[in-house]
Design a protein around this ligand. Structure first.
Ligand SMILES: O=C(O)[C@H](O)COP(=O)(O)O
Ligand SMILES: [Mn+2]
Ligand SMILES: [Mn+2]
Length: 595
């Protein structure tokens, strides 16, 4: 049986020419796109000797692939890529209509209001309040303002008499500072509902990275701050008006990091804490940053923080966020059914798998990779290692993050020869790119490049002098032996040692373009003459490189898949493990030619 319940034949056919048993390193550089070289392209500015050298292999061993829009199941070609859809496509080998699109369809057809989820919450409309909690922007990565607007309208037309919106300001998938405009728009929508007799208000808020939207259990305090404001009506900042709140709090923080606030009435009483008998909808369609709140709202036994107040509510997610945990149990729109992922096939065919990242991206190479499914397919065959991320900092402060540690763990897994596939996500370009700090993002890109393969030529003298003192005679020996030291060896170095294969790619762009531009590509400035920094992802393609001593002679990228995207990577990887990919997978990117 497959994870979706249907009968599946898991046996993969042998590849006609490619051998089995080669250790394969599968490296995803998060937020690493290809763009024209200029001062705002941090990947270009950074020293990235490894990725530069892989590019020399074009077009046979290096090419670009699509990572945004329809190639990853998003509604339009204007939709930038993101980790969820990117890793889903990389792992599943097919393009699924993603949450953003499924919600659009359900809203347009009205089916969203006919499902079990809506019926369940609407039973509270007569006596209780409908609370909507989620990210307020048009970023289209986790949520979209227009979907919230339609839901507000639809719910009020179907009997919701009292509505409270708990907003999370963005500035990460959209420009910093844009939160004020989004709040103004929402306020005017709510005012129109009020004119029609619905008591509709913003009740609380905060910046997404500081309030509520943590992921992979990196920092429960983030969720607690949101809980206190949303459920208990308590926050360090109280305002009578949300636009005023955001404007004021922005004096000391960016949109992403606004502290929690509650909206109060003239008696300083919170206007919308969640009470017994209320309905709650988390309106984000994307899972990773809603799972923690969903657990706090749904689980009876919950010990991650003291909830203090646990109202009896009816809760539904916009989507079901975790298919394995069935979390939440009620939802408005069915999630994409991402089944028969390459990970599941490979495990069934005996491919032993190791996956690793640091906490903030751990679920990307496990949960998203496996089609939004937590846990192992077969614990005997798989090992997933999470390296704890730094907590309570913005990553421009530590731009190297845990790249080195991830590289080391992958290296050790490769050298142990216990695994056939060693899969990692290296987060730096993305996580630091989101901070909008250009200098730090340059450092981040260099660190990511070093995790892929240590640039021992430029660093060997330094590291040996550090280890053995300035008179070390090993420097000459090391250089003559023309190989990395074990201490410095990273992922590709280890692959070279075990005669394996590497595939290096990315999930979407980010660090390669850090400014907003006009149509002709010129940087844009705001009214005060300030450069408009781009904290979000981009619509740029991403590189993919293959190589290593284990790559069979004659393997090269085909030139008849010019529109290839992330979904074509799975079949490619399955081939490199020595198997033919399932028929309905997007075509492989490689061919084998006789030399
Ligand atoms: O959640 C985030 O950090 C951003 O909205 C998207 O980034 P990711 O898709 O790379 O996780
Ligand atoms: Mn990503
Ligand atoms: Mn990102």
């Amino acid at each position: 049986m497959g994870s979706s319940g249907q009968q599946v034949s898991w046996k993969l056919a042998d590849h006609p020419t490619l051998p089995k048993g080669k250790t394969l390193a599968l490296i995803v550089l998060d937020g690493w796109g290809e763009y024209k070289p200029d001062e705002y392209n941090c990947i270009h500015v950074a020293q990235t000797p490894t990725m530069d050298s892989l590019k020399q292999g074009a077009p046979e061993k290096w090419r670009l692939i699509r990572a945004h829009g329809k190639a990853v199941g998003l509604p339009t070609e204007d939709d930038m890529g993101n980790s969820e859809v990117g890793h889903n496509a990389l792992g599943a080998g097919r393009i699924f209509a993603q949450g953003a699109k499924l919600v659009d369809i359900a809203l347009a057809s009205g089916k969203i209001y006919e499902g079990e989820g809506f019926k369940y919450i609407s039973e509270c409309f007569e006596k209780g309040t409908l609370h909507l909690i989620g990210l307020l922007s048009d970023g289209g990565v986790h949520s979209r303002l227009d979907q919230l607007q339609l839901l507000l309208k639809g719910a009020s037309e179907r009997g919701a008499k009292r509505i409270r919106v708990h907003i999370l300001t963005d500035g990460r998938d959209v420009l910093d500072g844009s939160s004020v405009g989004f709040v103004e728009t929402l306020e005017s929508d709510l005012a129109k509902l009020c004119e029609n007799g619905v008591d509709a208000r913003i009740a609380s808020g905060g910046g997404r990275m500081y309030v509520t939207m943590d992921r992979y259990e990196n920092d429960w305090d983030v969720v607690k701050r949101g809980w206190d404001a949303q459920v208990r009506g308590e926050a360090p900042h109280k305002f009578t008006n949300a636009v005023e709140a955001v404007k004021k709090l922005r004096e000391n923080a960016n949109d992403q990091y606004l502290p929690p606030f509650v909206i109060v009435d003239e008696n300083e009483k919170a206007v919308g804490p969640i009470e017994d008998g209320d309905a709650v909808v988390t309106f984000n369609f994307r899972a990773d940053r809603m799972v923690m709140l969903a657990k706090a709202l749904e689980y009876q036994d919950f010990d991650k923080f003291d909830r203090v107040k646990v109202p009896k509510i009816r809760y539904a997610g916009m989507l079901q966020y975790d298919g394995e945990l069935k979390l939440p149990g009620r939802y408005l729109v069915s999630p994409p059914e991402i089944d028969r992922t390459s990970g599941e096939y490979l495990v069934h065919n005996g491919v032993r798998t190791f996956a690793c990242s640091e906490t903030v991206k751990f679920g990307h190479v496990t949960f998203f990779w496996n089609g939004n499914r937590s846990g192992y397919f077969n614990p005997e065959m798989e090992e997933y290692v999470e390296i704890p991320s730094d907590v309570g900092i913005t990553f421009n402060v530590q731009p190297k993050m845990k790249a080195l540690e991830i590289g080391e763990k992958a290296r050790d897994a490769i050298l142990s020869r216990k695994f056939d596939q060693v899969r990692v996500n290296i987060p730096n370009g993305d996580m630091v790119g989101h901070t909008g700090d250009i200098q730090a993002t340059v450092v981040a890109c260099k660190a990511a490049d070093e995790a892929v393969k240590f640039d021992w030529k430029s660093s060997v003298f330094f590291s040996l002098t550090a280890l053995e003192g300035p008179n070390s005679t090993n420097c000459g020996r090391m250089l003559m032996r023309n190989e990395p030291s074990e201490i410095n060896a990273m992922i590709i170095d280890a692959i070279e040692q075990v005669g394996g294969i590497y595939v290096v790619t990315a999930d979407h762009g980010n660090a390669e373009d850090m400014v907003k531009r006009n149509k002709s590509g010129q940087p844009l400035y705001d009214k005060s003459g300030k450069l408009q920094i781009l904290t979000s992802h981009t619509c740029q393609p991403v590189p993919i490189a293959i190589g290593g001593p284990g790559l069979a002679a004659g393997v090269r990228f085909r030139n008849d898949v010019p529109d290839g995207g992330l979904a074509n990577v799975a079949a490619t990887v399955v081939n490199l493990h020595g198997y033919v990919a399932p028929n309905d997978y997007e075509p492989t990117l490689i061919e084998v030619v006789n030399n």
